[in-house]
Write a new protein. Structure first.
Length: 210
């Protein structure tokens, strides 16, 4: 791809993503729920162990699992019925990084409703789901925060990762997938930190003698 990062035109597109039928999104949902459940279960188990209520730990873990499964099922049903299994996403790729916007007003209304319902019901799981949706409504990782990418050609998706996790999952159209992947490769190469040249043996001896 020709041109310097500052002169390359930005890539800008909008796409409808399937909320219930997209395997990559479902895997992300499951991972978030498992991590949230593990943290919640660990905290509750610790509190029960401190209060010497060990017999209640096993039933509590089962209850946490049931609640998390119920929340995920309800969320998927809501995504299928309320959102009609579609979420309009806009992506922009330029010299600053990759930006993701949720342009579907129904998604913003749904995340706000989850936050309010969670607060009224004193449900950290429901409120957390609403907060997570609100936080994911807009993302803008800079190139300095992206260490690698993983392509999913069959899904026309690109996962952008930092040193330890995926920071964004971008979905492309059949027409622009290869163009977007090539642009991201070029931008990552252009913004990759350049290592300082190591001094030669002769230079090392010179500085050592100063």
């Amino acid at each position: 791809m020709t041109g310097t990062p500052a002169t390359r035109p930005a890539l800008d597109w909008t796409i409808d993503v399937g909320l219930v039928t997209e395997p990559l999104l479902l895997a992300g949902y499951l991972k978030v729920m498992v991590i949230s459940g593990a943290i919640m279960a660990a905290l509750l188990a610790f509190l029960m162990a401190v209060t010497d209520d060990l017999e209640a730990i096993a039933p509590m873990l089962g209850l946490v699992g049931i609640v998390l499964v119920a929340v995920m099922v309800i969320s998927l049903i809501a995504a299928g019925l309320v959102m009609r299994n579609r979420l309009a996403m806009r992506y922009v790729v330029d010299e600053r990084g990759v930006r993701q916007f949720t342009v579907d007003r129904r998604a913003a209304a749904a995340s706000t409703a989850a936050l309010v319902a969670g607060a009224l019901a004193v449900s950290p799981v429901l409120a957390g789901a609403g907060l997570l949706a609100a936080m994911q409504a807009r993302r803008a990782p800079a190139w300095s925060g992206i260490a690698s990418l993983r392509r999913h050609p069959s899904r026309r998706a690109i996962a952008l990762r930092n040193s330890w996790r995926t920071v964004m999952l971008g979905f492309c159209t059949p027409q622009n997938y290869e163009t977007v992947a090539a642009r991201i490769d070029a931008e990552m190469a252009a913004h990759r930190p350049r290592s300082r040249p190591r001094p030669s043996t002769a230079d090392s001896r010179f500085y050592a003698g100063c």
